[in-house]
Design a protein around this ligand. Structure first.
Ligand code: RIB
Length: 312
């Protein structure tokens, strides 16, 4: 069975600025190269879910009335993602991200112009209610207004639609009502530390962070820790396990986390019974994403992930 997945979130046009190293204050550096690609955490997660799990993915978001918006919408349509609730905003331009990609390590630093993403409203959620109602999973991040995420999650949760929160980019506090309607929170180590105040240094600290999220009402946590893998905790199944990453050479880590979340959700049972297996699948998908340049161009298909898993 193919999961029905709705992603509510951001959609950006990424400018990828390839550099040797980050400039210091007052310094001017030449870039090694520059290019652009479709991105945005929400759109990346929708593309990852669609490529890893078939066509049953829908995206709720906002673009501007501009060329970038048209390009990004076409990209989603080519992936057979339902864009019926992708609204064209008349006041702000399409979101843009500037990715400083360090050539030697593949690490990135990102500057984001939210633009139309920040204009998403509660009325957009209301207009998308029939999409959310029919879904198995609803995924949100923090590049769109948090009150809109709370509204969407509250609606989904009361209908039994499973909610997955990627708290990225990092914030220091979460409104209490959000974790109470979140079925799975999936931060990276920086985000987990920002939210809990616990330094994520080893499995004990990950367990403490997961316990903190559980006390606040969210029973499941996955903490991704880059090229080391992901820590999985489900208080309802009494499950706690570290799932190691696949070792590869990264050329660009942009959208590795987004690929993880989309692929995880595509392969996950809606009752979360295969959380560890889905995490292995998601680890494999993100290990492929980091080997290619750009956000959405780097996201693998189901066939590519399966072939890589068969290779071991
Ligand atoms: O997670 C990667 C994404 O973050 C990029 O595609 C960029 O658009 C920013 O939203």
């Amino acid at each position: 069975m193919v999961n029905k997945i709705v992603v509510l979130g951001s959609i950006n046009l990424d400018s990828i600025l390839k550099i040797e190293r980050l400039p210091q204050a007052g310094e001017t550096l030449s870039m090694l190269d520059k290019s652009s690609a479709p991105g945005g955490k929400g759109a990346n997660q929708a593309v990852a879910a669609a490529r890893a799990g078939g066509a049953n993915t829908a995206f709720i978001g906002r673009i501007g009335k501009d060329d970038a918006g048209d390009i990004l919408k076409n990209t989603l349509q080519k992936e057979k993602i339902d864009v019926s609730q992708l609204v064209v905003d008349s006041t702000h331009g399409t979101g843009q991200a500037y990715i400083l990609l360090q050539a030697t390590t593949g690490q990135n630093s990102i500057l984001v112009y939210g633009g139309a993403n920040q204009c998403l409203t509660g009325d957009d959620v209301k207009a998308a209610q029939s999409l959310i109602k029919a879904a198995d999973f609803l995924i949100c991040q923090f590049e769109t207004p948090i009150d809109v995420t709370i509204q969407a999650f509250t609606y989904a949760h009361q209908l039994g639609v499973k909610t997955i929160l990627n708290p990225a980019p990092a914030v220091k506090t979460l409104p209490a009502e959000l974790l109470a309607v979140t079925d799975l929170i999936c931060p990276n180590e920086t985000e987990a530390q920002a939210l809990t105040g616990i330094a994520i240094t080893n499995q004990d600290s990950m367990q403490q962070a997961a316990a903190s999220f559980a006390r606040q009402g969210c029973p499941r946590t996955i903490i991704t820790v880059g090229d080391r893998g992901a820590y999985v905790s489900d208080q309802q199944q009494n499950l706690e396990q570290f799932v190691a990453a696949f070792k590869v050479k990264a050329v660009d880590t942009t959208a590795a986390g987004d690929t993880f979340i989309g692929a995880l959700t595509a392969s996950l049972q809606p009752d979360f019974s295969d959380l560890v297996e889905a995490t292995t699948f998601a680890n494999r998908a993100s290990s492929l994403a980091v080997q290619k340049l750009g956000a959405q161009p780097s996201i693998p298909t189901l066939e590519q992930v399966q072939a890589a898993l068969n290779r071991g």
